[in-house]
Design a protein around this ligand. Structure first.
Ligand code: CUA
Length: 331
């Protein structure tokens, strides 16, 4: 009785877990990209085969127990050999050949983008952020954010500046590693507009968990507008406070590591900050992008993302609000 109750609880937990997995924003079982749909299909095929095998084994076990109780346990030698040959060799062989065949078919389909690439992107992995370039639009550089047009194929070239990382957009595409000294390629394609969270999927050190990226799939016209703006210096008119903030940024240590297009800040060590004001987060998912967290990040980012490359900045207290206002104006 007790064991039965535990069994029911375990089955219920498994169903709940499965339900949660198939609705999450970072779930491969909630695929909306052509690539992820392939692996999702393969996953369900293997799941149902496993369920079938499990049911068969349980049925055999039940049958054996039932026979044993009725003291008819002995199976004759010939029957036993036949049973083992069919259930233990022939059926598993057929199942493995089917799964192998489907796996090869999917590997081949995942090797190249459907219909060839319409947009090219270069992504460079850093500990612990993503540098994003659009090589077809010189100067279009951003970080931890990737815009793509809906319904078109995007070819992504992957490199790393330090250790190995892995690029993974669970809802759009399976993982592709960024391997030191090597260039890899993958692609993205989705017919549904939306935001899809991506995550580094290869342990790369202390802040591996906060090496996230947001993929934003939008209609072609919006994408074109966004990427054109990204390639050009900002045309926003700055308020007096924002202008003071810009001077602090250009004359202080910020400019040594960060670039803002159209200014004298051309550092290449940290992420390009030309559109920091509109990004979904700061620190690759480490903190929300608001004035409070920007202030904390500037003065001592180690409290938000320990181990990251940016040392604490002794910005005078009276300059900090202007600097934050300037950063928030960069869109
Ligand atoms: Cu990069 Cu884990």
């Amino acid at each position: 009785m007790r064991r039965g109750r535990y069994g029911t609880a375990a089955a219920l937990a498994a169903v709940l877990l499965l339900a949660a997995c198939s609705t999450g924003e970072q779930s491969t079982l909630n695929a909306v990209g052509s690539g992820a749909r392939r692996t999702e299909g393969l996953w369900w095929l293997m799941f149902w085969i496993s369920m079938g095998v499990f049911a068969e084994v349980m049925a055999m076990l039940g049958w054996a127990l039932w026979r044993r109780r009725r003291a008819e346990a002995v199976i004759k030698g010939g029957d036993a050999l036949g049973l083992v040959t069919v259930l233990g060799v022939a059926i598993p062989l057929v199942i493995l050949v089917i799964v192998y065949g489907v796996g090869l078919r999917d590997l081949n389909a995942l090797a190249s983008a459907p219909g060839g690439a319409d947009v090219n992107v270069e992504i460079i992995g850093h500990r612990w952020w993503w540098e994003v370039h659009y090589p077809d639009r010189p100067g279009a550089v951003t970080a931890n954010e990737l815009h793509i047009p809906v319904g078109e194929s995007v070819r992504i070239t992957l490199r790393t500046a330090d250790v190995n990382h892995s690029f993974w957009v669970p809802q759009l595409m399976p993982k592709t590693d960024l391997i030191a000294g090597k260039t890899n390629q993958t692609w993205l394609h989705t017919d549904r507009a939306g935001s899809y969270r991506a995550q580094c999927a290869e342990y790369c050190g202390q802040q591996h968990a906060f090496m996230a990226l947001l993929v934003i799939a939008e209609p072609r016209a919006r994408f074109d507008g966004w990427v054109s703006a990204l390639a050009q210096p900002s045309t926003t008119t700055l308020s007096a406070a924002e202008q003071r903030g810009r001077a602090v940024f250009e004359q202080g240590s910020c400019a040594a590591c960060h670039t803002v297009r159209g200014t004298t800040a051309q550092g290449k060590v940290g992420p390009d900050l030309s559109t920091i004001g509109s990004r979904w987060s700061i620190g690759g998912g480490a903190a929300p992008n608001d004035a409070t967290h920007l202030g904390r990040w500037i003065t001592n980012s180690q409290t938000l993302k320990p181990g990251n490359a940016m040392p604490p900045q002794p910005v005078p207290t009276q300059d900090l609000p202007d600097l934050i206002a300037y950063l928030q104006s960069l869109r």
